[in-house]
Design a protein around this ligand. Structure first.
Ligand code: ADP
Ligand code: MG
Ligand code: ZN
Length: 557
Protein backbone atom coordinates (compact mmCIF):
# COMPACT_ATOMS: atom_id res chain seq x y z
CA UNK A 1 0.00 0.00 0.00
CA UNK A 2 2.86 2.35 0.72
CA UNK A 3 3.66 2.81 -2.98
CA UNK A 4 0.57 5.01 -3.19
CA UNK A 5 1.90 7.36 -0.55
CA UNK A 6 4.39 9.43 -2.51
CA UNK A 7 2.10 10.06 -5.50
CA UNK A 8 -0.58 11.23 -3.05
CA UNK A 9 1.88 13.55 -1.33
CA UNK A 10 2.62 15.10 -4.69
CA UNK A 11 -0.89 15.25 -6.09
CA UNK A 12 -2.64 16.59 -3.00
CA UNK A 13 0.02 18.46 -1.07
CA UNK A 14 2.45 19.40 -3.79
CA UNK A 15 5.56 18.12 -1.98
CA UNK A 16 8.01 15.87 -3.76
CA UNK A 17 9.63 14.12 -0.81
CA UNK A 18 8.77 12.98 2.66
CA UNK A 19 10.37 14.66 5.55
CA UNK A 20 12.34 12.88 8.20
CA UNK A 21 10.10 10.38 10.00
CA UNK A 22 7.02 10.76 7.83
CA UNK A 23 7.68 7.73 5.66
CA UNK A 24 8.46 5.54 8.66
CA UNK A 25 5.28 6.63 10.45
CA UNK A 26 3.10 6.09 7.38
CA UNK A 27 4.61 2.66 6.74
CA UNK A 28 4.01 1.65 10.34
CA UNK A 29 0.37 2.76 10.19
CA UNK A 30 -0.24 1.01 6.88
CA UNK A 31 1.12 -2.28 8.20
CA UNK A 32 -1.58 -2.11 10.84
CA UNK A 33 0.60 -1.28 13.84
CA UNK A 34 -0.46 1.09 16.57
CA UNK A 35 2.19 3.77 16.40
CA UNK A 36 3.43 6.83 18.25
CA UNK A 37 5.01 9.62 16.25
CA UNK A 38 7.12 12.18 18.07
CA UNK A 39 8.26 15.11 15.96
CA UNK A 40 8.99 18.71 16.80
CA UNK A 41 6.40 21.37 16.08
CA UNK A 42 6.40 22.10 12.38
CA UNK A 43 7.95 18.72 11.64
CA UNK A 44 4.95 17.67 9.55
CA UNK A 45 2.93 15.32 11.72
CA UNK A 46 -0.40 15.92 9.97
CA UNK A 47 0.78 14.23 6.78
CA UNK A 48 1.43 11.07 8.82
CA UNK A 49 -2.30 10.48 9.25
CA UNK A 50 -3.65 12.39 6.26
CA UNK A 51 -1.90 10.18 3.70
CA UNK A 52 -2.95 6.91 5.38
CA UNK A 53 -6.48 8.31 5.59
CA UNK A 54 -6.46 8.66 1.80
CA UNK A 55 -5.14 5.15 1.31
CA UNK A 56 -7.24 3.27 3.84
CA UNK A 57 -10.92 2.54 3.16
CA UNK A 58 -13.41 4.34 5.43
CA UNK A 59 -13.18 7.48 7.57
CA UNK A 60 -10.15 8.30 9.68
CA UNK A 61 -11.00 9.94 12.99
CA UNK A 62 -8.70 12.74 14.18
CA UNK A 63 -8.92 13.73 17.83
CA UNK A 64 -7.65 17.26 18.32
CA UNK A 65 -7.93 19.69 21.22
CA UNK A 66 -7.47 22.71 19.00
CA UNK A 67 -11.06 23.55 18.27
CA UNK A 68 -10.21 26.98 16.92
CA UNK A 69 -7.98 25.44 14.27
CA UNK A 70 -10.23 22.63 13.13
CA UNK A 71 -12.10 24.70 10.61
CA UNK A 72 -8.90 25.99 9.02
CA UNK A 73 -7.40 22.51 8.88
CA UNK A 74 -10.51 21.08 7.30
CA UNK A 75 -10.83 23.96 4.82
CA UNK A 76 -7.23 23.41 3.77
CA UNK A 77 -7.91 19.73 3.15
CA UNK A 78 -11.03 20.42 1.13
CA UNK A 79 -9.06 22.86 -0.94
CA UNK A 80 -6.62 20.17 -2.00
CA UNK A 81 -9.45 17.80 -2.82
CA UNK A 82 -9.64 15.75 0.36
CA UNK A 83 -13.18 15.32 1.70
CA UNK A 84 -13.04 16.18 5.40
CA UNK A 85 -15.16 17.72 8.12
CA UNK A 86 -15.16 18.41 11.85
CA UNK A 87 -17.49 18.08 14.78
CA UNK A 88 -17.08 20.30 17.80
CA UNK A 89 -19.01 22.63 20.06
CA UNK A 90 -19.10 25.43 17.46
CA UNK A 91 -21.80 23.55 15.50
CA UNK A 92 -25.53 23.60 16.06
CA UNK A 93 -27.24 20.35 16.89
CA UNK A 94 -28.60 20.04 13.36
CA UNK A 95 -25.28 20.76 11.71
CA UNK A 96 -23.59 18.08 13.77
CA UNK A 97 -26.37 15.59 13.07
CA UNK A 98 -26.08 16.25 9.36
CA UNK A 99 -22.33 15.68 9.38
CA UNK A 100 -22.70 12.47 11.35
CA UNK A 101 -25.25 11.20 8.83
CA UNK A 102 -22.92 12.01 5.93
CA UNK A 103 -19.97 10.41 7.74
CA UNK A 104 -21.94 7.21 8.20
CA UNK A 105 -22.48 7.16 4.44
CA UNK A 106 -18.72 7.33 3.98
CA UNK A 107 -18.67 10.84 2.58
CA UNK A 108 -15.46 11.93 4.35
CA UNK A 109 -11.93 10.61 4.42
CA UNK A 110 -11.19 12.53 7.60
CA UNK A 111 -13.40 13.48 10.51
CA UNK A 112 -11.92 15.82 13.13
CA UNK A 113 -13.44 15.54 16.57
CA UNK A 114 -13.01 17.54 19.76
CA UNK A 115 -12.26 15.18 22.66
CA UNK A 116 -15.17 16.53 24.72
CA UNK A 117 -17.53 14.90 22.25
CA UNK A 118 -16.37 11.49 23.40
CA UNK A 119 -18.00 12.09 26.76
CA UNK A 120 -21.40 11.66 25.15
CA UNK A 121 -22.72 8.14 25.01
CA UNK A 122 -24.96 8.97 22.03
CA UNK A 123 -21.97 10.19 20.10
CA UNK A 124 -20.04 6.98 20.75
CA UNK A 125 -23.06 5.10 19.39
CA UNK A 126 -22.96 7.29 16.27
CA UNK A 127 -19.33 6.39 15.72
CA UNK A 128 -20.32 2.73 15.85
CA UNK A 129 -22.13 3.20 12.59
CA UNK A 130 -19.02 4.39 10.76
CA UNK A 131 -16.25 2.50 9.07
CA UNK A 132 -13.16 3.65 11.00
CA UNK A 133 -9.79 2.20 9.99
CA UNK A 134 -7.61 4.66 11.90
CA UNK A 135 -7.86 6.91 14.93
CA UNK A 136 -5.24 9.67 14.93
CA UNK A 137 -4.71 11.24 18.33
CA UNK A 138 -3.16 14.66 17.75
CA UNK A 139 -1.39 16.44 20.63
CA UNK A 140 -1.36 13.03 22.31
CA UNK A 141 0.49 14.32 25.37
CA UNK A 142 -2.88 15.68 26.50
CA UNK A 143 -3.70 12.14 27.61
CA UNK A 144 -0.92 12.07 30.19
CA UNK A 145 -0.91 13.55 33.66
CA UNK A 146 2.78 14.11 33.03
CA UNK A 147 2.18 16.10 29.87
CA UNK A 148 2.07 19.86 30.06
CA UNK A 149 -1.51 20.12 28.95
CA UNK A 150 -3.47 17.28 30.50
CA UNK A 151 -7.08 17.05 29.31
CA UNK A 152 -9.29 14.62 31.18
CA UNK A 153 -11.51 14.25 28.11
CA UNK A 154 -8.60 12.52 26.35
CA UNK A 155 -9.09 9.63 28.72
CA UNK A 156 -12.32 8.82 26.87
CA UNK A 157 -10.40 7.85 23.75
CA UNK A 158 -9.68 4.35 25.06
CA UNK A 159 -13.34 3.87 25.78
CA UNK A 160 -14.28 5.04 22.31
CA UNK A 161 -11.83 2.64 20.69
CA UNK A 162 -13.03 -0.27 22.77
CA UNK A 163 -16.59 0.57 21.90
CA UNK A 164 -16.06 0.30 18.14
CA UNK A 165 -17.22 -2.94 16.51
CA UNK A 166 -13.99 -3.25 14.54
CA UNK A 167 -10.80 -2.35 16.40
CA UNK A 168 -9.13 0.53 14.49
CA UNK A 169 -5.46 1.32 14.26
CA UNK A 170 -4.16 4.07 16.51
CA UNK A 171 -1.63 6.75 15.63
CA UNK A 172 -0.61 9.05 18.47
CA UNK A 173 1.15 12.30 17.54
CA UNK A 174 2.96 14.76 19.74
CA UNK A 175 5.78 17.27 19.70
CA UNK A 176 6.55 17.33 23.34
CA UNK A 177 6.91 13.90 24.77
CA UNK A 178 9.43 13.27 27.49
CA UNK A 179 10.19 9.56 28.00
CA UNK A 180 7.70 9.47 30.83
CA UNK A 181 4.88 10.99 28.80
CA UNK A 182 5.70 8.71 25.90
CA UNK A 183 5.43 5.66 28.11
CA UNK A 184 2.11 6.95 29.40
CA UNK A 185 0.71 7.50 25.92
CA UNK A 186 1.79 4.03 24.82
CA UNK A 187 0.28 2.38 27.83
CA UNK A 188 -3.03 4.23 27.65
CA UNK A 189 -3.47 3.81 23.89
CA UNK A 190 -2.15 0.29 23.73
CA UNK A 191 0.88 1.06 21.60
CA UNK A 192 3.97 -1.12 21.62
CA UNK A 193 6.85 1.20 22.57
CA UNK A 194 8.89 -0.37 19.79
CA UNK A 195 6.55 1.32 17.35
CA UNK A 196 7.87 4.75 18.16
CA UNK A 197 8.82 7.04 15.32
CA UNK A 198 10.88 9.85 16.75
CA UNK A 199 12.80 12.43 14.82
CA UNK A 200 15.50 14.63 16.16
CA UNK A 201 14.40 17.57 18.23
CA UNK A 202 17.41 19.60 17.34
CA UNK A 203 16.68 22.70 15.32
CA UNK A 204 20.01 23.58 13.83
CA UNK A 205 19.04 27.11 12.90
CA UNK A 206 17.99 28.11 16.42
CA UNK A 207 20.40 29.52 18.98
CA UNK A 208 19.28 29.60 22.58
CA UNK A 209 20.37 31.92 25.32
CA UNK A 210 19.37 32.82 28.85
CA UNK A 211 19.90 36.36 30.07
CA UNK A 212 20.22 36.75 33.83
CA UNK A 213 20.87 39.63 36.14
CA UNK A 214 20.03 42.39 33.66
CA UNK A 215 17.27 44.95 33.58
CA UNK A 216 14.78 43.24 31.30
CA UNK A 217 13.19 46.42 30.05
CA UNK A 218 16.53 47.85 29.01
CA UNK A 219 17.61 44.61 27.42
CA UNK A 220 14.41 44.46 25.40
CA UNK A 221 14.67 48.04 24.29
CA UNK A 222 18.22 47.54 23.03
CA UNK A 223 17.33 44.23 21.43
CA UNK A 224 14.36 45.60 19.50
CA UNK A 225 16.41 48.54 18.33
CA UNK A 226 18.97 46.16 16.91
CA UNK A 227 16.33 43.90 15.33
CA UNK A 228 13.73 46.43 14.22
CA UNK A 229 13.47 45.01 10.72
CA UNK A 230 12.67 41.51 11.92
CA UNK A 231 9.50 39.72 12.96
CA UNK A 232 9.48 38.32 16.45
CA UNK A 233 7.32 37.15 19.33
CA UNK A 234 7.68 38.33 22.91
CA UNK A 235 6.06 36.01 25.41
CA UNK A 236 5.07 37.40 28.79
CA UNK A 237 3.78 35.46 31.78
CA UNK A 238 0.45 37.20 32.43
CA UNK A 239 -2.16 39.22 30.57
CA UNK A 240 -1.23 42.22 32.62
CA UNK A 241 2.41 41.86 31.61
CA UNK A 242 1.34 41.68 27.98
CA UNK A 243 -0.76 44.83 28.23
CA UNK A 244 2.03 46.74 29.96
CA UNK A 245 4.66 45.70 27.46
CA UNK A 246 2.33 46.43 24.58
CA UNK A 247 1.70 49.98 25.79
CA UNK A 248 5.33 50.57 26.41
CA UNK A 249 6.45 49.40 22.99
CA UNK A 250 3.71 51.35 21.31
CA UNK A 251 4.96 54.49 23.00
CA UNK A 252 8.36 53.74 21.53
CA UNK A 253 6.75 53.72 18.10
CA UNK A 254 7.24 50.03 17.57
CA UNK A 255 4.70 48.40 15.32
CA UNK A 256 3.43 45.93 17.87
CA UNK A 257 0.44 43.56 18.08
CA UNK A 258 -0.82 41.81 21.18
CA UNK A 259 -2.66 38.62 22.01
CA UNK A 260 -4.06 37.09 25.19
CA UNK A 261 -7.12 35.21 26.31
CA UNK A 262 -8.60 38.25 28.03
CA UNK A 263 -9.25 40.02 24.73
CA UNK A 264 -12.40 39.64 22.66
CA UNK A 265 -12.43 37.16 19.76
CA UNK A 266 -12.54 39.83 17.07
CA UNK A 267 -9.71 41.77 18.68
CA UNK A 268 -7.55 38.72 18.93
CA UNK A 269 -8.22 37.66 15.36
CA UNK A 270 -7.37 41.13 14.09
CA UNK A 271 -4.12 41.32 16.04
CA UNK A 272 -3.08 37.87 14.92
CA UNK A 273 -3.80 38.78 11.33
CA UNK A 274 -1.72 41.93 11.59
CA UNK A 275 1.24 39.92 12.75
CA UNK A 276 0.83 37.04 10.30
CA UNK A 277 0.57 39.44 7.38
CA UNK A 278 3.68 41.36 8.42
CA UNK A 279 1.74 44.49 9.30
CA UNK A 280 3.08 44.35 12.83
CA UNK A 281 6.65 43.26 13.37
CA UNK A 282 6.39 42.34 17.03
CA UNK A 283 3.75 40.21 18.73
CA UNK A 284 3.50 40.51 22.50
CA UNK A 285 1.48 37.62 23.84
CA UNK A 286 0.79 35.13 26.57
CA UNK A 287 1.21 31.44 25.87
CA UNK A 288 -2.33 31.54 24.44
CA UNK A 289 -0.76 32.69 21.19
CA UNK A 290 0.83 30.46 18.62
CA UNK A 291 -0.74 27.01 18.62
CA UNK A 292 -0.93 25.97 15.00
CA UNK A 293 0.37 29.30 13.74
CA UNK A 294 2.34 28.79 10.56
CA UNK A 295 4.42 31.95 10.10
CA UNK A 296 7.78 31.01 8.74
CA UNK A 297 9.85 34.19 9.01
CA UNK A 298 9.90 34.67 12.76
CA UNK A 299 13.49 35.65 13.54
CA UNK A 300 13.33 35.64 17.32
CA UNK A 301 11.19 34.43 20.18
CA UNK A 302 11.95 36.31 23.34
CA UNK A 303 10.53 35.21 26.67
CA UNK A 304 10.23 38.24 28.87
CA UNK A 305 9.73 35.92 31.83
CA UNK A 306 10.48 32.29 32.44
CA UNK A 307 7.65 29.97 31.34
CA UNK A 308 6.27 27.21 33.52
CA UNK A 309 8.04 24.23 32.01
CA UNK A 310 10.41 23.06 29.31
CA UNK A 311 7.64 21.69 27.10
CA UNK A 312 5.95 25.06 26.89
CA UNK A 313 9.28 26.76 26.43
CA UNK A 314 10.49 24.60 23.57
CA UNK A 315 7.14 24.72 21.85
CA UNK A 316 6.97 28.49 22.05
CA UNK A 317 10.62 29.09 21.24
CA UNK A 318 10.33 26.61 18.37
CA UNK A 319 8.06 29.01 16.52
CA UNK A 320 11.16 30.89 15.49
CA UNK A 321 12.88 30.04 12.24
CA UNK A 322 10.39 27.71 10.61
CA UNK A 323 11.93 28.75 7.29
CA UNK A 324 15.24 27.24 8.32
CA UNK A 325 17.06 30.56 8.59
CA UNK A 326 19.08 31.44 11.65
CA UNK A 327 16.90 32.64 14.51
CA UNK A 328 17.25 33.41 18.17
CA UNK A 329 15.44 32.10 21.24
CA UNK A 330 16.12 34.26 24.25
CA UNK A 331 14.88 33.84 27.76
CA UNK A 332 15.11 36.70 30.24
CA UNK A 333 15.33 35.18 33.68
CA UNK A 334 14.88 36.66 37.10
CA UNK A 335 14.48 34.65 40.33
CA UNK A 336 11.09 36.25 40.97
CA UNK A 337 9.72 34.39 37.92
CA UNK A 338 9.88 31.23 39.98
CA UNK A 339 7.57 32.78 42.56
CA UNK A 340 5.10 33.84 39.87
CA UNK A 341 4.99 30.38 38.33
CA UNK A 342 4.70 28.73 41.73
CA UNK A 343 1.77 30.98 42.50
CA UNK A 344 0.09 30.14 39.17
CA UNK A 345 0.58 26.43 39.81
CA UNK A 346 -0.84 26.79 43.31
CA UNK A 347 -3.89 28.54 41.89
CA UNK A 348 -4.52 25.93 39.23
CA UNK A 349 -7.60 23.89 39.78
CA UNK A 350 -6.04 20.47 39.45
CA UNK A 351 -4.68 19.82 42.93
CA UNK A 352 -3.63 16.32 42.01
CA UNK A 353 -0.94 17.49 39.65
CA UNK A 354 0.83 20.08 41.72
CA UNK A 355 3.84 17.90 42.53
CA UNK A 356 4.35 17.10 38.87
CA UNK A 357 4.02 20.73 37.89
CA UNK A 358 6.52 21.79 40.52
CA UNK A 359 9.04 19.23 39.34
CA UNK A 360 8.68 20.47 35.81
CA UNK A 361 9.06 24.03 37.00
CA UNK A 362 12.29 23.07 38.73
CA UNK A 363 13.67 21.65 35.49
CA UNK A 364 12.81 24.91 33.82
CA UNK A 365 14.75 26.74 36.53
CA UNK A 366 17.63 24.32 36.04
CA UNK A 367 17.67 25.26 32.37
CA UNK A 368 18.05 28.90 33.33
CA UNK A 369 20.97 28.09 35.60
CA UNK A 370 22.85 25.49 33.66
CA UNK A 371 26.25 26.51 32.38
CA UNK A 372 26.56 23.78 29.82
CA UNK A 373 25.06 23.73 26.33
CA UNK A 374 21.41 24.86 26.33
CA UNK A 375 20.50 22.95 23.19
CA UNK A 376 21.93 19.80 24.74
CA UNK A 377 19.96 20.40 27.93
CA UNK A 378 16.76 20.60 25.88
CA UNK A 379 17.49 17.48 23.84
CA UNK A 380 18.31 15.49 26.95
CA UNK A 381 15.12 16.70 28.55
CA UNK A 382 13.17 15.30 25.64
CA UNK A 383 14.90 11.98 25.97
CA UNK A 384 17.58 12.13 23.33
CA UNK A 385 20.61 10.21 24.46
CA UNK A 386 23.23 10.89 21.84
CA UNK A 387 23.67 14.62 22.13
CA UNK A 388 26.53 16.98 21.63
CA UNK A 389 27.17 20.61 22.44
CA UNK A 390 25.76 22.94 19.80
CA UNK A 391 28.51 25.51 19.61
CA UNK A 392 26.06 28.33 19.03
CA UNK A 393 23.99 28.81 22.20
CA UNK A 394 24.65 31.48 24.79
CA UNK A 395 26.54 29.06 27.00
CA UNK A 396 28.63 27.54 24.22
CA UNK A 397 29.64 31.04 23.15
CA UNK A 398 30.26 32.28 26.67
CA UNK A 399 33.90 33.30 26.76
CA UNK A 400 34.10 34.09 30.45
CA UNK A 401 36.46 31.75 32.23
CA UNK A 402 35.10 29.32 34.74
CA UNK A 403 36.20 29.76 38.29
CA UNK A 404 36.57 27.12 40.92
CA UNK A 405 33.70 27.37 43.40
CA UNK A 406 34.30 24.05 45.12
CA UNK A 407 34.74 25.72 48.49
CA UNK A 408 31.52 27.69 48.24
CA UNK A 409 29.72 24.54 47.18
CA UNK A 410 31.13 22.73 50.18
CA UNK A 411 30.08 25.50 52.53
CA UNK A 412 26.55 25.39 51.24
CA UNK A 413 26.25 21.64 51.29
CA UNK A 414 27.71 21.28 54.78
CA UNK A 415 25.18 23.78 55.94
CA UNK A 416 22.35 21.87 54.25
CA UNK A 417 23.43 18.70 56.04
CA UNK A 418 23.82 20.50 59.35
CA UNK A 419 20.33 21.88 59.06
CA UNK A 420 19.02 18.35 58.76
CA UNK A 421 18.25 18.44 55.03
CA UNK A 422 14.68 19.46 55.61
CA UNK A 423 14.58 23.19 55.06
CA UNK A 424 14.29 25.38 52.01
CA UNK A 425 16.77 27.23 49.90
CA UNK A 426 16.08 30.66 51.35
CA UNK A 427 16.45 29.70 54.98
CA UNK A 428 19.71 27.95 54.11
CA UNK A 429 20.93 31.10 52.42
CA UNK A 430 20.00 33.09 55.51
CA UNK A 431 21.94 30.79 57.78
CA UNK A 432 24.97 30.92 55.48
CA UNK A 433 24.92 34.69 55.39
CA UNK A 434 24.44 34.97 59.13
CA UNK A 435 20.95 36.42 59.13
CA UNK A 436 19.45 37.36 62.49
CA UNK A 437 16.03 36.27 61.26
CA UNK A 438 13.87 34.90 64.07
CA UNK A 439 13.48 31.49 62.50
CA UNK A 440 17.26 31.14 62.23
CA UNK A 441 17.86 31.86 65.88
CA UNK A 442 14.80 29.99 67.12
CA UNK A 443 16.00 26.82 65.45
CA UNK A 444 19.46 27.30 66.90
CA UNK A 445 21.01 27.55 63.46
CA UNK A 446 23.09 30.48 64.63
CA UNK A 447 25.11 27.95 66.61
CA UNK A 448 26.14 25.99 63.53
CA UNK A 449 29.71 26.34 62.31
CA UNK A 450 28.36 27.17 58.91
CA UNK A 451 26.35 30.07 60.31
CA UNK A 452 27.59 33.23 58.66
CA UNK A 453 30.31 31.40 56.77
CA UNK A 454 29.31 33.28 53.61
CA UNK A 455 28.43 36.55 55.29
CA UNK A 456 30.42 38.58 52.78
CA UNK A 457 27.68 37.84 50.27
CA UNK A 458 24.01 38.76 50.11
CA UNK A 459 21.33 36.18 50.89
CA UNK A 460 20.02 36.63 47.37
CA UNK A 461 23.40 35.90 45.82
CA UNK A 462 23.76 32.79 47.92
CA UNK A 463 20.24 31.71 47.12
CA UNK A 464 21.11 32.10 43.45
CA UNK A 465 24.23 30.05 44.00
CA UNK A 466 22.11 27.31 45.58
CA UNK A 467 19.96 27.34 42.43
CA UNK A 468 23.13 26.81 40.48
CA UNK A 469 24.07 23.84 42.67
CA UNK A 470 20.57 22.44 42.11
CA UNK A 471 20.99 22.80 38.35
CA UNK A 472 24.26 20.87 38.67
CA UNK A 473 22.36 18.16 40.57
CA UNK A 474 24.57 18.55 43.62
CA UNK A 475 21.62 19.61 45.68
CA UNK A 476 18.19 18.13 45.09
CA UNK A 477 14.70 19.25 45.98
CA UNK A 478 12.03 17.42 47.85
CA UNK A 479 8.77 18.87 46.56
CA UNK A 480 5.93 19.58 48.93
CA UNK A 481 4.03 22.50 50.28
CA UNK A 482 7.39 23.91 51.28
CA UNK A 483 10.10 22.52 49.04
CA UNK A 484 13.15 21.39 51.01
CA UNK A 485 16.67 20.71 49.82
CA UNK A 486 19.08 17.87 50.40
CA UNK A 487 22.55 16.91 49.24
CA UNK A 488 22.54 14.42 46.38
CA UNK A 489 25.04 11.55 46.09
CA UNK A 490 26.87 13.63 43.49
CA UNK A 491 26.98 16.50 45.98
CA UNK A 492 28.45 14.24 48.62
CA UNK A 493 31.34 13.49 46.27
CA UNK A 494 32.03 17.20 46.16
CA UNK A 495 31.93 17.37 49.94
CA UNK A 496 34.37 14.51 50.11
CA UNK A 497 36.67 16.47 47.86
CA UNK A 498 36.53 13.95 45.02
CA UNK A 499 35.66 16.51 42.38
CA UNK A 500 35.80 20.25 41.86
CA UNK A 501 32.88 22.53 40.89
CA UNK A 502 33.26 25.30 38.36
CA UNK A 503 31.03 28.23 37.69
CA UNK A 504 31.20 30.98 35.15
CA UNK A 505 29.59 33.64 37.20
CA UNK A 506 31.68 35.79 39.44
CA UNK A 507 31.31 34.65 43.00
CA UNK A 508 33.80 35.71 45.58
CA UNK A 509 36.14 32.91 46.44
CA UNK A 510 37.42 32.85 49.96
CA UNK A 511 40.72 31.18 50.72
CA UNK A 512 40.34 28.37 53.20
CA UNK A 513 43.17 28.25 55.72
CA UNK A 514 43.70 25.66 58.38
CA UNK A 515 42.20 28.03 60.95
CA UNK A 516 39.12 28.55 58.86
CA UNK A 517 35.98 27.10 60.41
CA UNK A 518 35.23 25.42 57.08
CA UNK A 519 38.29 23.25 57.46
CA UNK A 520 37.09 21.74 60.72
CA UNK A 521 33.54 21.68 59.39
CA UNK A 522 34.49 19.64 56.36
CA UNK A 523 36.35 17.14 58.48
CA UNK A 524 33.26 16.63 60.60
CA UNK A 525 30.79 16.51 57.75
CA UNK A 526 32.93 14.08 55.80
CA UNK A 527 33.08 11.82 58.82
CA UNK A 528 29.33 11.88 59.18
CA UNK A 529 28.90 11.15 55.47
CA UNK A 530 31.21 8.17 55.85
CA UNK A 531 29.18 6.98 58.83
CA UNK A 532 25.86 7.29 57.10
CA UNK A 533 27.09 5.69 53.89
CA UNK A 534 25.33 2.47 54.80
CA UNK A 535 21.92 4.08 55.19
CA UNK A 536 20.00 5.46 52.19
CA UNK A 537 21.70 8.56 50.83
CA UNK A 538 18.90 11.00 51.52
CA UNK A 539 18.63 10.28 55.19
CA UNK A 540 16.95 13.01 57.13
CA UNK A 541 18.56 13.64 60.46
CA UNK A 542 16.29 13.18 63.44
CA UNK A 543 15.63 16.08 65.78
CA UNK A 544 17.77 14.45 68.42
CA UNK A 545 20.65 13.93 66.03
CA UNK A 546 20.37 17.49 64.84
CA UNK A 547 20.39 18.82 68.38
CA UNK A 548 23.34 16.64 69.13
CA UNK A 549 25.24 18.01 66.17
CA UNK A 550 24.47 21.55 67.15
CA UNK A 551 25.62 20.89 70.68
CA UNK A 552 28.92 19.48 69.43
CA UNK A 553 29.59 22.47 67.27
CA UNK A 554 29.34 25.55 69.46
CA UNK A 555 30.20 28.65 67.59
CA UNK A 556 33.66 29.76 68.58
CA UNK A 557 33.63 33.50 69.00
P1 ADP B 1 3.20 19.64 13.01
O1 ADP B 1 1.80 19.16 13.21
O2 ADP B 1 4.20 18.54 13.18
O3 ADP B 1 3.54 20.82 13.86
P2 ADP B 1 2.31 20.25 10.36
O4 ADP B 1 1.75 18.94 10.03
O5 ADP B 1 1.36 21.33 10.71
O6 ADP B 1 3.39 20.13 11.52
O7 ADP B 1 3.27 20.71 9.16
C1 ADP B 1 4.07 21.86 9.24
C2 ADP B 1 4.35 22.42 7.87
O8 ADP B 1 5.20 21.54 7.13
C3 ADP B 1 3.09 22.58 7.03
O9 ADP B 1 3.16 23.83 6.40
C4 ADP B 1 3.16 21.45 6.06
O10 ADP B 1 2.48 21.74 4.88
C5 ADP B 1 4.67 21.31 5.84
N1 ADP B 1 5.06 19.96 5.38
C6 ADP B 1 4.65 18.79 5.88
N2 ADP B 1 5.21 17.75 5.23
C7 ADP B 1 6.01 18.27 4.29
C8 ADP B 1 6.87 17.70 3.29
N3 ADP B 1 7.01 16.38 3.13
N4 ADP B 1 7.54 18.56 2.50
C9 ADP B 1 7.41 19.90 2.65
N5 ADP B 1 6.61 20.50 3.57
C10 ADP B 1 5.92 19.70 4.37
MG1 MG C 1 0.14 19.45 14.38
ZN1 ZN D 1 25.29 25.07 22.98
Amino acid sequence: MFEKALPLLESHFGYNAFRNGQEQAIRSVLTGENTICVMPTGGGKSICYQIPALILPGTTIVISPLISLMKDQVDALIQVGIPATFINSSLTFNEAAERIRAAKQGKYKLLYIAPERLESYEFLEDLNGMDIPLVAVDEAHCISQWGHDFRPSYRHIQQMIQNLPKRPNVLALTATATPRVRADICQLLNIDENNTVITGFERENLSFSVIKGQDRGKFLQAYLKKNDKEAGIIYAATRKNVDQLYERLRKENINVARYHAGMGDADRAREQERFLEDNASVMVATSAFGMGIDKSNIRYVLHFQMPKNMESYYQEAGRAGRDGLESECILLYSPQDVQVQRFLIDQSSDRGRITQELEKLQQMVDYCHTESCLQEFILKYFGETETDTCGRCGNCLDSRTSIDVTKEAQMVMSCVIRMGQRFGKNLTAQVLTGSKNKKVTEMGFNRLTTYGIMKDQGAKEVSDFIEFLISQELIAIEQGQFPTIYVSPKGKDILLGKQPVYRREAVKVKEVSKNDPLFEELREVRKSIAETEKVPPFVIFSDAALKDMCAKQPKTN
